[in-house]
Design a protein around this ligand. Structure first.
Ligand code: FUL
Length: 488
């Protein structure tokens, strides 16, 4: 009798407790509070693009220069086989989600028939002056489902008024043309190169501007936002996306999406390193974008045909950009015909094949997930969410738990070469350090250690056959929130 009372009373109180927690209306477990700052919806959409292309094309393509002086005659601009559909379909097939076109580079030549200047495609032999390359490209993007972005160089070595207030009106008028005439623009790229010598309407002199005040950026950005509120702005300093601090293709191994914009004034010592890593306590969400060219130069030069980056080099760049939580912006410059060169296409296709080979068989979906703990023991936050393929569900812990681990176990040992992790960044970037361990000879062995995850982290490990893998979170700003794990 005594025994029966014992077995009845103890479990009943337990079961009651569980039922009360699970069934009381309004008593479901609250999700974690966000760790500020967090990304805007437009920034989130940008993170999800992962790979975009840059297209550099202007008179430089025909002169062989990288920075045109501004005195190039429009008569030299004559791409005889230009086919924007070829550019965009190559990019689409090889996995790019958006592209950004140099509508005007530093030389001032406009790829659309701007009504505010004669230094434009309308005075070139291209389509007898009736061409509009911005339209061709934005239409091709719409047709193939790529997002379209605009680069309009603030520095203009052709314009007579550069350096004076009149130029700011000119620049803003051109932004109005581009933002009203060509459909939705996802990203606006403001180049940091500014001031110096140039043609400037025939004056051929050096003009310097005060980078902090000359452009009155807040008013310019307001003007663009009033036309297209969804656009995100790139510049060295943001406000929406920052430069990653180099043009070689790598984000910092530690890469915070947060940074304090006041520290970003150009010329400040150490700025490139700061841009490369962001800062753990940054006041704003300003993620880094990795811009790099498939060729040594940003513009096409025939003598660089043999120097196109190989598929393997592009794959490495993918790991150090997308694999470190950034977006890759890969420049693919059309040649003098107005086509993406065969060598570049071959490299892009090889790159796509390497990505497919490496990342098409996700072993995590056949694994079982367990964790050291999960928030309120609620299935809403359980480790199964790590491998359910739903980016909106996540594993997280109680508020006071900022370290902890989860394991993925296979029924049969599997060879793993890459570990891919994603934080649920709508609640902020939290994880400060973690390590990857594999089960080897009946014990855990550390195979990789890193600090940040962010939108996505891909760690390459020595290929190893193992029955289980553990991610040990060793430090976090608040309870860790991870939405996705993939193993390859
Ligand atoms: C730099 C420019 O000076 C280069 O020509 C190129 O456009 C690169 C993407 O940004 O600042």
């Amino acid at each position: 009798m005594k025994k029966i009372i014992h077995t009845i009373t103890f479990p009943v109180s337990c079961i009651l407790g569980l039922l009360l927690t699970a069934c009381q209306p309004g008593k479901s477990i609250e999700p974690p509070a966000p760790v500020l700052p967090v990304p805007s919806e437009n920034q989130l959409a940008w993170h999800e693009m992962e790979m975009n292309a840059f297209i550099h094309f202007t008179t430089n393509t025909f002169t062989g220069k990288e920075w045109g002086y501004g005195d190039e005659s429009p008569s030299i601009f004559n791409p005889t086989e230009l086919d924007a559909t070829q550019w965009i379909s190559v990019l689409k097939e090889t996995g790019f989600k958006g592209m950004i076109l140099t509508c005007k580079h530093h030389d001032g030549f406009c790829l659309w028939p701007s009504e505010y200047t004669e230094h434009a495609v309308k005075n070139s032999p291209y389509k007898n002056g009736n061409g509009d390359i911005v339209k061709d490209v934005s239409d091709a993007c719409k047709k193939h489902g790529l997002k379209f972005g605009v680069y309009l160089s603030p520095w203009d070595r052709n314009h007579k008024d550069y350096g004076n207030p009149e130029y700011i009106t000119y620049y803003r008028n051109q932004l109005k043309e581009l933002f009203t005439g060509y459909g939705p623009v996802f990203e606006m790229w403001f180049d940091g190169a500014n001031g110096g010598d140039g043609y400037y309407g025939g004056k051929r002199e050096i003009r310097r501007i005060d980078r902090k005040t000359y452009y009155d950026w807040p008013a310019t950005l307001d003007l663009v936002r009033a036309i297209q509120p969804q656009v995100i702005f790139f510049s060295d300093a943001g406000p929406d996306i920052r430069w990653i601090g180099n043009e070689s293709g790598y984000a910092g191994e530690t890469n915070w999406n947060t940074i304090t914009p006041d520290t970003l004034y150009a010329g400040k010592a150490g700025i490139q390193k700061l841009l490369n890593t962001g800062s753990i306590d940054g006041s704003h969400w300003i993620p880094g974008e990795v811009d790099v060219s498939i060729r040594p130069g940003w513009f096409y030069h025939a003598e660089e045909d043999s120097l196109v980056k190989s598929p393997e080099q592009l794959f490495d760049i993918y790991l150090t950009s997308v694999g470190r939580g950034s977006v890759l912006l890969l420049n693919v410059p059309p040649d003098r015909r107005g086509l993406i060169h065969e060598n570049d296409i071959r490299s892009l296709q090889g790159f796509r094949e390497l990505l497919n080979e490496a990342f098409s068989n996700n072993l995590a979906i056949v694994a079982t997930a367990n964790a050291s703990s999960y928030r309120g023991k609620s299935s809403q936050f359980s480790p199964e969410n790590l491998i359910d393929g739903d980016k909106e569900t996540y594993w997280t812990t109680d508020d006071d738990v900022v370290t902890g681990s989860f394991e993925l176990e296979f029924s049969e040992p599997q060879t793993v070469s890459y570990v891919l992790l994603q934080e649920y960044i709508p609640l902020g970037q939290r994880i400060k350090s973690f390590r990857v361990e594999i089960w080897n000879n009946d014990q855990w062995e550390t195979v990789s250690e890193a600090r940040t995850i962010g939108y996505k982290r891909i760690l390459q490990i020595n290929p190893v056959k193992t029955s289980k893998i553990k991610i040990e979170i060793t430090d976090s700003k608040a309870c860790p929130v991870i939405s996705n794990v993939e193993l390859y």
